[in-house]
Each structure stands twice: as structure tokens, then as C-alpha cells.
Unconditional design. Sequence first.
Length: 94
Amino acid sequence: MHRGTEARWTPLRFAGAARQRRISAGFREHVARIVAVVEQLKAEPISAASEKLTNSERTYRIRVGDYRVIYELRSDAKQIEIQRVRHRKDVYRH
């Protein structure tokens, strides 16, 4: 896949950790920006702002202020799976 690809990836899927996360008060302030960035991923899954994570074939991150959206591209299903959306200090802790 190359940057600027015309194919549209539509089904967004939220993995358990991303789907079940409770929304804290601080996070609520950033929700609109995060949702806008996630929606943009449908048109351009690998944008100039995306960074491929080390030791992963299909996992990327994108910055949204102090938050990070970690997502995986499933090219076989043309699906973007949101793995985590967390503050930058917590995003890589499991």
C-alpha cells in the first residue's frame, strides 16, 4: 500500500481495548478531533502523519494532540482495526 492510494477502506473495527475504554473527562475534550482523524483514515489509511510501529507489519500510530491512535491495517478485508486510543504517556503500556 502506498501513500495517497485511491482505494477506500471502509469498515472500521474497534478492538476490545479501544471499544471498552471508559471516556475520562480529559479525553472528552479531544473526542471530536480523534473521531475526525479516524474518519480520515478511511480515505487514506497510511497518511503522512502515520508512523509504522517497530516490529509490526501492519500496525501504525497517528498523533492527535497528546493522544495516540494505534491501528492495524487488515488489507485482506480492507479493514482498519483501531487497537487503542490513549494519552501518549499510557499508550504503550499494557
